[in-house]
Every structure is written in C-alpha cells, then in structure tokens.
Ligand binder design. Structure first.
Ligand SMILES: Cc1ncc(C[n+]2csc(CCOP(=O)(O)OP(=O)(O)O)c2C)c(N)n1
Ligand code: SF4
Ligand SMILES: [Mg+2]
Length: 217
C-alpha cells in the first residue's frame, strides 16, 4: 500500500497540467499524475518520444510543472542514469546545482515501442548497473502516435497497420514479449504493474523508494 492517502494526493499540485493534447479519455496523463503525486521531490522527469511526450510538449507550450527533459526514442533509461549519476557526483563533491538535494526522484517515461524494442538496451544497462530511478512503461501495445504500428508489446493476433488482420493472417503472428520477466531477471528491488483505476497502486512504486534505497541498488 502507498503511504499516501487519496486526500493527501488530491492536495498535492499536479505534475502534468490539464490542456494537453492527448486523446480525450486517455489514461496516460492520469497515471503519470498519480505517480508524480507519490514522489518526495525534487523530481526530474525524462521522456522518450511517444503519445505522452508529444501530447504534452507541443512548442511553444508545455504541460509539465516540474523539470522535464525530452530525450531520443532509444535512451530514456540512459538519460535517467546520467541524471542520477550527476546528482550523486554533485553530492559527493559538495558542488554543482544538484548538491543541495538530499533526495532526488528521477522518473523515466517511455511507451512500449520505446521500451520493449528500441530502448531495451539502455533499460537493461541501467537496470544492470543498479541506478536509482523509477522507470514508467506506458504500454498501449503499439506505436500509437505514429499510426498504430505493431511493437514487441503488441499482443498475439492484434491487428495493426503493420500486422493487419485478414483472411490469411489473423494479425500479429508473434506473442507479446514478457517485459516484466525480462526486467525481473535483472534482480532489481521492485517491479509492479499499475492501473489508473487504482490510484494507490500507481503511487506505490515511488513511495517505496526510500525503503528500496537501503538495498544499495
Ligand atoms: C529513432 C526514432 N525512430 C522513430 C521515431 C518516430 N517515432 C516517434 S514516436 C514513435 C512511436 C512511439 O511508440 P511507443 O513508444 O509505443 O509510444 P506511443 O506513441 O504508443 O505512446 C515513433 C516510431 C523517432 N522519433 N525516433
Ligand atoms: S493514442 Fe495515445 S493519446 Fe490517444 S488514447 Fe492512446 S495512448 Fe492516449
Ligand atoms: Mg505504444
């Protein structure tokens, strides 16, 4: 269970403002808001491209009420690693803009295309090195914002523009990649699947962080 009650969460400011350009009814900004409510702060977010990114950062506007970095499609986890390593170096040397922060919540956000496929190498490296950040996979099961192409996260037989279902082929011919098992195999302290319908489940991955830090990973 999260230490954060719904009442406390409701009183905290939103990390993502309304007025973004994601589809009406999209749950991605809801989930991200819930996760950001559970951070201790200060918080830095870095996003690979995807619906959540392009829908919140159309120039000259931004929906982000906290430091937020765009990063290339393949390296959200590498960027988060670098931010966390920079903070540790600043703390160690006692100098630099991050030196004054006793805690820093670093959040990397990427879609299924940016995680199951193109960002997997950066994610695996970051997990293996044991960087202290929270990685949020927003799994809508296809490359959605570029026109619904199939990804490694698209389920078996799903019809997409690059795996169209027809009389001969029933849709995607491959199974959904077991990303949770791949991540768990790196022996990191905490992995969870979350759902916008259960706000405390979204808050938990971040509010458990102080306890996870004791593991040294
Ligand atoms: C290296 C690279 N290849 C392709 C693109 C084009 N591109 C931008 S977003 C995107 C799809 C992202 O899919 P996913 O990660 O699942 O996020 P979603 O749009 O579904 O939220 C693609 C192919 C890019 N920006 N960079
Ligand atoms: S296509 Fe993208 S913005 Fe629209 S509902 Fe799906 S995830 Fe949200
Ligand atoms: Mg996707």
């Amino acid at each position: 269970m999260s230490d954060l009650t719904l009442r406390e969460a409701a009183r905290k400011p939103d990390g993502v403002a309304s007025g973004h350009r994601l589809c009406a009814g999209c749950d991605e900004p809801i989930v991200v808001r819930q996760i950001l409510k559970a951070t201790r702060g200060p918080t830095i977010v870095t996003s690979a491209t995807g619906c959540m990114e392009v829908g919140t950062s159309i120039f000259p506007y931004t929906s982000w009420n906290l430091p937020w970095l765009h990063v290339a499609f393949e390296n959200a986890a590498a960027n988060a690693s670098g931010i966390e390593a920079a903070w540790r170096a600043h703390r160690r040397k006692g100098t630099g803009p991050l030196a004054k922060y006793e805690t820093l919540d670093v959040i990397a956000i990427a879609g299924d295309g940016g995680t199951y496929d193109i960002g997997l190498q950066a994610l695996s490296g970051a997990l293996e090195r044991g960087h202290d950040f929270t990685y949020v996979l927003l799994d809508n099961e296809a490359y959605m914002n570029t026109g619904i192409q199939r990804s490694g996260g698209t389920p078996f037989t799903a019809s997409t523009t690059t795996s169209p279902a027809g009389r001969v082929v029933p849709g995607k011919r491959e199974w959904k990649k077991p990303i949770d098992e791949i991540v768990i195999a790196h022996e990191i302290p905490y992995v969870a699947t979350i759902n916008a319908a259960w706000p405390n489940s979204a808050g938990f991955p971040c509010s458990c962080r102080p306890r996870c830090q004791g593991t040294g990973r």
